[in-house]
Design a protein around this ligand. Structure first.
Ligand code: NDP
Length: 329
């Protein structure tokens, strides 16, 4: 078995998810964590893994086959992935959909210059959902795509609520509208507005003496985040938030409804759905599989930036091609 020596850059929720995924895959060996914080203060879950300062990355190019970048999409990855892609084979989870083409171009230039492989925007959306959309639309060109998210925690929306004056803490759940989901699953091909597809549930801890009505109004009227949705706001105590909303679940469904036949008289519904107890642990597991693929592609001489669209499915698996044909075809 070829071992892939993995490094993790950025040790938050996702970094821990990748660390745990390495433990479940015998061919992935976690050799180092890198952080921008004081390494002495970052304690990995795996006792014998070394933690280094991010400034020392370049000293470890020979120890690592693939560096998995676990920083945030908003500010970290646009800088970190291009900077690292000329030195290491890299994998990231960049999820700002509108900026993926620009991110791809920057990372590709760096990876080409360094002769490395970079796999960007891996995870579940973008990631596994993107593959589901591609497969279904390739097979059913005459049809319509739907993506429903949830029920799950949106970190971005939770953060947006926390920034409101008088809010101490918050958790926001994105919830698909059951009737819309059912209509799509029935092959009815409905035209759905943003409001008709999802609702938003907010659990908010207010600071003592805060104006609850003003907080609620600031939430439901917030442009881009809540104004286009039916939003429910519930005020709870910090104890209740910690007790009932500590997890980071997510998931959803990608559905394509298409038609074939002489007059499009036969309808087909393709659905790929995820129910994730832990968003970062699942996302980390996708990144780990991509680390294996990046290493294999690099050993074969590939160079440049890729997305999951470019990775042959067998490259993600630890099994041999022979075993895959025997067990999974
Ligand atoms: P976190 O906020 O937990 O971590 C982001 C970075 O912040 C870490 O890499 C770490 O960098 C730093 N950090 C973490 N904890 C602390 C702390 N206590 N104090 C100071 N800094 C800290 O984000 P997540 O790991 O939850 O998510 C990372 C990204 O993953 C998200 O921005 C999202 O875009 C992406 N994602 C993509 C998905 C997909 O499907 N494609 C799905 C889920 C997430 P350092 O160690 O260098 O300080």
């Amino acid at each position: 078995m070829t071992k892939t020596r993995v490094g993790i850059f950025g040790y938050g929720n996702l970094g821990r998810g990748v660390e745990l995924a390495c433990r479940q895959n015998d061919d992935l060996e976690l050799v180092a964590l890198f952080t921008r914080r004081d390494p002495a203060k970052v304690v990995p879950a795996t006792a014998d893994v070394a933690v280094y300062a991010a400034d020392d990355l370049a000293a470890h190019v020979d120890d690592i086959d693939v560096l998995v970048l676990c920083g945030g999409s908003a500010n970290d990855l646009p800088e970190q992935t291009p900077a690292c892609a000329s030195l290491f084979n890299v994998v990231d989870s960049f999820d700002t959909h509108a900026n993926i083409p620009a991110h791809f171009a920057q990372v590709d230039a760096a990876a080409q210059a360094g002769g490395k492989v970079a796999i960007i925007s891996a995870g579940w959306d973008p990631g596994m959902f993107s593959i589901a959309r591609l497969y279904a639309s390739s097979v059913l060109p005459d049809g319509r795509d739907y993506t429903f998210w949830g029920r799950g925690v949106s970190q971005g929306h939770s953060d947006a609520i926390r920034r409101i004056d008088g809010v101490a803490d918050a958790r926001q759940y994105t919830v698909p509208v059951p009737a819309a989901l059912e209509a799509v699953r029935n092959g009815e091909n409905p035209q759905l507005t943003t409001r008709q597809k999802h609702t938003r549930e907010c659990f908010v801890v207010a600071e003592e003496g805060a104006d609850l009505a003003a907080i609620e109004q600031a939430i439901v009227e917030m442009p881009n985040y809540f104004a286009d949705y039916d939003t429910a706001v519930t005020f709870i105590s910090q104890e209740e938030l910690d007790r009932d909303h500590a997890g980071i679940p997510h998931g959803g469904s990608v559905i394509r409804s298409g038609a074939t036949g002489e007059r499009g008289e036969h309808t087909h519904v393709v659905e790929y759905s995820l129910k994730l107890d832990s968003n970062p642990e699942f996302t980390g597991s996708v990144l780990a599989a991509c680390a294996r693929a990046a290493h294999r592609l690099s050993r074969e001489g590939a160079v440049g930036c890729k997305t999951l669209f470019d990775i042959a499915p067998a490259y993600l698996s630890a099994k041999s091609d022979e075993d895959l044909r025997a067990e999974m075809l």
